[in-house]
Design a protein around this ligand. Structure first.
Ligand SMILES: C[S@@+](CC[C@H](N)C(=O)[O-])C[C@H]1O[C@@H](n2cnc3c(N)ncnc32)[C@H](O)[C@@H]1O
Length: 303
């Protein structure tokens, strides 16, 4: 039996069949009853238009800040691994260390498992898992990594505390996230301004921080790490081929992905506006002056 409250589920793991406790009854609840925070809503989902971007990612374009900390034989956990291209690349760099990719989405883990099977890397595996409750003992990994995951969470500091729990003494927790408010582009277009506003509105509704990049240093301090190095890096889309890829990908995302579904379900937009924004992305992609940079914050956190 589940009660859907505003910020939590009340669940009974013991399956005793006993009635739920009255609100506010706290520690006097019967066996098995406890609060579970509501699961986060992942803004992007795993539509093909989203995966077009995720499957393009490598260590060189998305985790270069971590390269100096990598060494053969390290055990590595990649959280929120998505389709697993970064994870598989990391696995080639720390072989023969054990590399595990986890993601809360069963559907995307299946895709990542196919990639692992094709890669022939026997030290690489993927499984479902939740960053808030990692199914690993304390101090299990040398490197604990998450790329573009904290920006989608309602409790990023709790996530970092849990990541810190499973990293070995002397190991590294590495996170990198976008900072939407910092993205520069040209030419100016009011519909692309509206895209950014809408993105902030949808993520705010989901309790997530779209401008996470600038907060990573503070979040790592709040999670208790004693040594945190913060840097930044970008993806730049400013030639015809990259512009076409990035512009078409976003045109499809604003029409077809979970972002579109959520913008409509939350009453923040309508089909006509989403179509107008998609056309603005295609106009941007076709402009020889089109420039777009995706700014990321990143931290390497140690104790
Ligand atoms: C933007 S994608 C990044 C995927 C991959 N790291 C990459 O950069 O290509 C974010 C991923 O985090 C996953 N995710 C969201 N909440 C999570 C949670 N609580 N625990 C584990 N994974 C989560 C999503 O399912 C999604 O695959």
């Amino acid at each position: 039996m589940k009660h859907y409250g505003e910020i939590c589920l009340i669940v009974n793991d013991a399956g005793s069949g006993a009635p739920p406790p009255p609100p506010g009854s706290g520690a006097d609840w019967g066996p098995g009853w406890h609060h579970d925070p509501m699961p986060d809503t992942y803004t992007h989902g795993h539509h093909e238009s989203v995966l077009r971007s995720h499957t393009w990612r490598t260590v060189d374009n998305s985790a270069a800040y971590l390269l100096d900390a990598l060494a053969p034989g390290q055990d590595l956990l990649d959280i929120g691994c998505g389709p697993g291209t970064i994870t598989a690349d990391l696995a080639t760099r720390v072989a023969p260390g054990r590399v595990v990719g986890i993601d809360v989405s069963e559907e995307i883990v299946t895709q990542a498992q196919d990639l692992a099977a094709r890669s022939g890397l026997s030290h690489l595996s993927f499984t479902t898992g939740d960053v808030y409750a990692l199914d690993f003992d304390d101090a299990s990994f040398d490197i604990v990594h998450a790329h573009q995951v904290l920006q989608h969470l309602s409790r990023p500091v709790d996530a970092l505390i849990e990541m810190r729990r499973v990293v070995r003494p002397g190991g590294v927790v590495a996170v990198r996230d976008g900072d939407f408010a910092a993205y520069p582009w040209a030419p100016a277009d009011p519909l692309l301004d509206r895209w950014l506003d809408l993105y902030h509105e949808v993520t705010r509704h989901n309790g997530a921080e779209a401008d996470a990049g600038r907060h990573l240093l503070g979040w790592a301090h709040a999670a208790g790490f004693s040594e945190v190095v913060a840097t930044s890096s970008t993806w730049t889309f400013a030639d015809a081929e990259r512009r076409k890829w990035w512009g078409e990908l976003w045109a499809d995302r604003v029409r077809l992905s979970a972002f579109a579904d959520q913008a409509l379900a939350y009453g923040l937009s309508n089909r006509a506006e989403l179509e107008d924004i998609a056309q603005a992305w295609l106009r941007w992609a076709a402009s020889p002056d089109g420039f777009f940079a995706v700014v990321h914050g990143e931290v390497l956190a140690r104790d």
